[in-house]
Design a protein around this ligand. Structure first.
Ligand code: GTP
Ligand code: MG
Length: 553
């Protein structure tokens, strides 16, 4: 966390807008740091997990006297970092430099006596800071760190201030990506949950995976968690004498049945003992059984799974790809934002393309460039060292962990070019016969007739986009074609002050009607969108053939 002191201690000058250029320049994200320090994925996760274990989450008055608050807590030990944020009330995340401080703090805390009710006496690290009497407001207010993404209007405003599509995509990434504080809060919520599950399985770890750690997370995305029980199987027994002891255990019919039974108990505990955990749902019949709940103090929706190591490896793989070239993250953030605005992706599960599939599609596209921007998964396996060897349930999930072993070819494509060609590539991809395969970095013959076939990177007989139906794929293809065409129009690329241009123009409601593309957003058509509509109308007459001729979905 080098260089973040200023950030954590809230000493930077108050900025007026949340995304002024100074603010974004000051922001140093996880990915940039990792690249600089070239730590492995595992090392970064371990460091963050350990920091979270030394941290507490405290609800506090919004007009808090920061200095007095810190002085009070410092009685228990040195505070490494802290920050404040708002989520239906003010909260502080406080990281001590040692775990003993947490023990000392806990000893000094009472369980409150509640009138007309009774309390579950569970001593968690979610605390409330009480301040006797009214506070004077003469002291400076702490700076509250934003934890939610900018609105579409704020995004449009930001994009309009940039001078090129490349700058727009970089700025979009900076505005949407998880902040340092947000990632810390995510790890802290996992660690707080571990305090509950640790009562049953003291060696367990709750690890975040998915977009919290894969470097493509957007502020506001869910926290995917794994209850990792691997540590329990580690044994210190020495073989030799022939004598041994073993634990008597309860058995289930299958791994899945055991996972379901563990998660059902954990779900109940989270519901009944977990402070701040509300709306707990046990979704145990899903392909990947999970417990879903909201963690109110952080505002996160959490999905807790178990026995899901392959998903963690997929997160590492995406992280690694995100590290190799900055254009990867900029393009993924752009494509994900574009897809969300046009309802290609959705927060509700269904027949839509998921963010995970979209990211794999971007990776595949970047492997197709000439020269390629990203290496194949097979190449990442070849470069792996002996300690990288990883086999999960019979699937070889080995990938290199040391990024410095990967040499990349010189490719100087601009983001504008990549965006344009991404849309052309998928606007013309032979989805009817080919599958997307990032292991080989080549399209393959589709093994089955599902609309979209994207080979699961590690469980190679599975399709990660099996859920996508033909209608959703057609919508995606039609929008790709429309966006590719829009980017060819000079007018779209002309920076003008009064209407969205460049990438922002691609976020306007789609006007392609024949292909079944409808925008759910009923946004008022602005001058720019009527301009685009006219351009598209002319496309139907003049250029329609060009688009229609190329490939088929
Ligand atoms: P968000 O939409 O920002 O939450 O992106 P995400 O990457 O976190 O996706 P999601 O929460 O849907 O899933 C979490 C992780 O589970 C993904 O990053 C993948 O590693 C894994 N995952 C999701 N969907 C699939 C799938 O269909 N197949 C496989 N094998 N893994 C999946
Ligand atoms: Mg997720």
């Amino acid at each position: 966390l080098r260089g973040l002191g200023r950030f954590w201690f809230g000493l930077e000058p108050q900025t007026q807008g949340r995304f002024t250029s100074t603010a974004s320049a000051q922001k140093e994200n996880t990915t940039a740091k990792a690249a600089k320090e070239s730590k492995t994925f595992q090392a970064i996760q371990e460091e963050r997990r350990e920091q979270a274990e030394r941290s507490v989450l405290i609800s506090c008055p919004s007009k808090i006297n920061e200095k007095k608050f810190l002085d009070y807590l410092s009685k228990h030990g040195t505070i490494n970092k802290h920050f404040f944020y708002n989520s239906y009330g003010a909260y502080a995340v406080v990281e001590f430099s040692s775990r003993e401080s947490i023990a000392s703090l806990k000893e000094s805390i009472n369980i409150p006596a509640v009138e007309h009710e009774a309390a579950v006496p569970f001593k968690s690290r979610l605390l409330s800071f009480k301040w006797p009497g009214s506070q004077s407001s003469s002291h400076p207010m702490p700076k509250f760190k934003v934890q939610s993404p900018p609105s579409i209007n704020e995004i449009n405003q930001l994009l309009s201030e940039k001078d090129s599509i490349d700058e727009q995509l970089q700025c979009l990434t900076e505005a949407l990506e998880l902040t340092e504080e947000n990632v810390s809060l995510r790890f802290l919520v996992c660690s707080l949950l571990r305090d509950i599950t640790g009562a049953y399985f003291p060696e367990c770890i709750i690890r975040p995976f998915g977009s919290t750690v894969n470097s493509f997370g957007k502020l506001g995305c869910d926290v995917d968690m794994i209850l990792d029980l691997e540590g329990i199987y580690a044994t210190s027994q020495k073989k030799g004498s022939g004598l041994s002891l073993e634990y008597q255990v309860k058995r289930g019919a299958s791994e899945r049945a055991v996972t379901q039974s563990i998660l059902s108990v954990i779900g109940k505990c989270v519901d009944q003992f977990g402070p701040g955990c509300v709306g707990v749902q046990n979704i145990l019949q899903a392909r990947c059984p999970l417990v879903r709940f909201s963690h109110q103090p952080s505002g996160f929706q959490c999905d807790l799974t178990a026995n899901n190591r392959v998903a963690m490896k997929s997160s590492e793989l995406l992280f690694l790809y995100g590290q190799l070239d900055p254009r990867v993250r900029h393009l993924v953030f752009g494509v994900r934002c574009w897809a969300r605005v046009h309802s290609i992706t959705s927060s509700i599960p269904g027949a839509w393309i998921t963010n995970f599939s979209l990211t794999v599609m971007v990776v595949f596209f970047l492997q197709q460039r000439n020269p390629p921007i990203l290496p194949t998964l097979d190449r990442l396996k070849e470069l792996a060292g002996p300690s990288d060897k990883c086999v999960i349930e019979g699937n070889d999930c080995t990938i290199v962990s040391d990024l410095s072993k990967i040499t990349l070819q010189q490719n100087t494509d601009t983001l504008e070019k990549l965006l344009q060609e991404f849309f052309e590539f998928y606007g013309n991809f032979p989805f009817n016969k080919a599958s997307i395969n990032i292991r080989k970095g080549k399209e393959q013959t589709k093994p089955e007739t599902t609309a979209l076939y994207i080979q699961n990177p590690f469980e190679t007989t599975l399709n990660i986009s099996k859920n996508v139906n033909a209608t959703q794929l057609e919508r995606f293809v039609a929008l790709c074609r429309e966006s590719a065409w829009l980017l060819q129009q000079k007018e779209i690329l002309n920076r003008s002050s009064d209407s969205p241009w460049g990438f922002a123009a691609l976020l306007l409601p789609s006007v392609t009607s024949g292909a079944g593309v409808k925008s759910r957003r009923k946004r008022k058509l602005e001058p720019a969108s009527s301009r685009i509509k006219n351009l598209l109308d002319s496309l139907k007459i003049k250029g329609g053939e060009t688009v229609a001729k190329k490939g088929s979905a």
